[in-house]
Design a binder for this molecule. Structure first.
Ligand code: HEM
Length: 443
């Protein structure tokens, strides 16, 4: 029997857990740099194996994905998302994915371009030259409104601040690597758990309101919520329970705005720190758009804008880690991943690997020209995952990201308020712990 991969397994596992909790990004990066492309450590009794070569990420997510299931951390995520697309497995996941997928086909998404631009323009319309704002909250407000309008045909702008606060409370209660003790503590009436439950109830109120509204209208319409409510099994029976519709709606509501908001927030930050890139972005927008708002037809012409977003998601991948439970003993490079161990692919580690990105901390959109891409393995970049669990919203997110960036950067530049601390908070997604306080300057 081949041994476990190399790693700091001599350390007592509580110490690994502590380092993971305190600073998972540094811990995992040094693990990969010190022990190589397949490195192991323990959290409690469970071996965790970090895969840091693009070929092995492909192996886990695509080529031999059937050897892995989502397992780890799922129970905790299900406390918020139930059995939605992100958390369900097996037949339920396949059925739900079939049902939801058509709403995310390109022709459907293109219909939403105008709404995305309209909402971005309206949010920016509330800003005044010289305002200081938490741009992460502004982006959250904006992407929340977009997802509510495009997928659920509803307006949440009046509730956006409350929903945002509830989401923050829910996200903050998550730990990345749950130990068996965490799972027990989850059931105790601690202040943190009570905050989580209050936040979940707040989010449920909005979702059930949307479902009720739709029931009253006879589940008509062709938005996503209507589709979920109309869905029937192939024999015409067995529609989705309200509970399952709630889980899907909650999943899309949360997965569909937090990630994009974080990507945009870090993009504004990076632009503020890199005036040369910012000037090139403005030059493209001035040439392609002149003084008008962007449309979906402009998206293919906004190549540099897209490269800026791509590079921002390299440096700050909103989904920064993906874990899978190994279903059956699995060999990678002659190294054994034992059954029930946890394999981890970490976007943060891969996206900062100097083998694929020289001077990895530098913000260089030109890394994403066709030629530069061709010189790099495909799985050196996987912000949206891959395989059967590939992000269903990827085309939606690209279009939204480019259109929102273009709409706002036409007229605005943002400058970090001096002294504002940038501390990363890697929970379910990668956020800026203290938000992003910026001064808005009209250009
Ligand atoms: C920048 C924006 C986004 C990023 C970086 C992102 C990232 C990801 C990643 C990495 C996964 C795979 C997770 C895994 O396999 O463990 C995923 C799944 C998913 N995402 Fe996204 N996402 C983004 C935007 C969106 C949007 C806009 C929506 C919906 C409107 C969405 C809905 C989903 C759903 C439902 C899944 C689960 C898919 C499945 O397992 O079938 N995401 N996302």
């Amino acid at each position: 029997m081949t041994p476990l991969p190399p790693g700091p397994s001599v350390w007592p596992s509580w110490r690994n857990l502590l380092r993971l909790r305190r600073d998972p990004l540094t811990f995992l990066t040094s693990l990969a740099r010190d022990y190589g492309d397949v490195a192991a450590f323990h959290v409690g009794p469970v071996p965790i194996i970090l895969l840091s070569h693009p070929d092995d990420v492909r192996d886990m997510l695509v080529t031999r994905e059937w050897n892995f299931v989502k397992g780890p951390g799922l129970e905790r995520t299900k406390r918020l998302l139930g059995e939605g697309l992100l958390t369900s497995e097996g037949e339920l996941h396949r059925r739900q994915r079939r049902l939801v997928q058509p709403a995310f086909h390109k022709p459907q998404i293109v219909r939403h371009g105008e709404t995305m631009v309209g909402i971005a323009d309206r949010v920016a319309g509330t800003w005044r030259d010289g305002d200081e704002r938490d741009v992460s909250q502004e982006m959250m407000r904006l992407t929340l409104a977009i997802v509510a309008r495009t997928l659920f045909n509803t307006d949440v702008e009046s509730e956006a601040a409350e929903i945002g606060a509830a989401l923050t409370a829910a996200v903050e209660s998550f730990v990345t690597f749950a130990s068996p003790i965490t799972l027990i503590v989850d059931r105790l009436p601690t202040p943190r758990n009570r905050r989580f439950e209050a936040a979940r109830d707040r989010l449920n109120t909005t979702i059930f309101r949307m479902i009720d509204e739709r029931h009253r209208q006879g589940a008509s319409g062709d938005d996503l919520l209507a589709r979920l409510l109309q869905a029937r099994d192939t024999d015409g029976s067995g529609g989705m329970s309200d509970a399952l519709v709630r889980d899907e709606a909650m999943t899309l509501f949360i997965a569909g705005h937090e990630t994009t908001a974080n990507a945009l927030t870090f993009t504004w930050y990076l632009l503020s720190q890199n005036p040369g890139v910012e000037a090139a972005l403005h030059a493209e927008l001035d040439t392609v758009l002149g003084d008008r708002l962007p449309t979906v037809e402009d998206v293919p012409k906004l190549a540099y804008t897209e490269m800026v977003l791509t590079e921002a998601m390299r440096l700050y991948p909103p989904a920064w880690i993906m874990g899978r439970r190994v279903v059956t003993d699995h060999l990678i490079r002659g190294v054994r991943l034992p059954r029930n161990s946890v394999a981890v692919a970490c976007q943060w580690v891969m996206h900062h690997d100097p083998r694929f990105y020289p001077e990895p901390d530098a913000f260089r959109p030109e890394r994403w020209t066709d030629d530069a891409r061709a010189g790099r393995p495909r799985f050196a970049y996987f912000p949206f995952g891959a395989g059967s669990r590939l992000c269903i919203g990827e085309p939606f997110a690209w279009m939204e990201g480019v259109l929102v960036l273009a709409t706002i950067a036409r007229h605005w530049r943002m400058r970090l308020v001096p002294g504002h601390p940038i501390v990363l908070q890697p929970k379910i997604t990668l956020r800026s712990k203290h938000g992003m306080k910026m001064r808005l300057e009209r250009r």
